[in-house]
Design a binder for this molecule. Structure first.
Ligand SMILES: CC(C)(COP(=O)(O)OP(=O)(O)OC[C@H]1O[C@@H](n2cnc3c(N)ncnc32)[C@H](O)[C@@H]1OP(=O)(O)O)[C@@H](O)C(=O)NCCC(=O)NCCS
Length: 145
């Protein structure tokens, strides 16, 4: 996971975890971003992955992101999580489209948006967040059709 996510490159300290949670709570309350945790239905203490939904600056557009803990990958969980966030976002008042941005080198992540009906809108330069990233971001969009 740390190959693609800067924050996952080392296990967080207790202080970092507490700070992250406080930040996410404040962002949720302010409508800046909405972070979700993925767990089995009967084991709410077992984190399998997570996702986030946030306004990305364009009126009426929400962006989503997702990650799955390495042992839980390969079961379609990211696809299902992204599908749920997409459906949720498109159902919100005033939302005309959803976006997924992923680095061009992250082939596993890039396989998810087309599976859910997203279309590739553009590829743009982006500052690499990790050494594995190519620095070119694929922007995928779903307009609900
Ligand atoms: C990229 C990442 C999210 C993929 O997670 P995942 O749960 O394995 O992804 P998917 O939902 O696409 O699962 C696909 C696999 O599950 C299998 N699968 C099983 N049931 C499935 C179902 N119902 N639907 C879809 N795929 C299914 C597929 O055959 C595929 O197997 P394969 O990998 O052997 O080809 C995960 O590797 C990750 O967290 N990476 C680091 C973070 C990251 O890159 N996030 C995205 C940033 S843009």
């Amino acid at each position: 996971m740390g190959e693609w996510l800067r924050w996952a490159r080392h296990p967080p300290t207790r202080e970092e975890t507490a700070g992250f949670r406080a930040e996410q709570d404040a962002d949720w309350d302010a409508g800046r971003s909405f972070v979700y945790v993925l767990t089995p239905p009967d084991r709410l203490d077992q984190v399998l992955g997570g996702g986030a939904m946030f306004p990305n600056g364009e009126e009426g557009v929400l962006e989503i992101g997702y990650w799955i803990c390495s042992p839980a990958t390969g079961r379609g969980l990211a696809t299902r999580a992204a599908a749920a966030l997409t459906e949720e976002g498109l159902g919100l008042p005033g939302i005309k489209a959803m976006e997924i941005h992923c680095d061009q080198a992250n082939a596993r992540s890039a396989g998810i948006p087309p599976r859910l009906g997203y279309r590739l809108l553009r590829i743009e330069p982006d500052e690499p967040q990790t050494p594995a990233e190519a620095g070119r971001s694929m922007v995928w969009r779903h307009d609900g059709t």
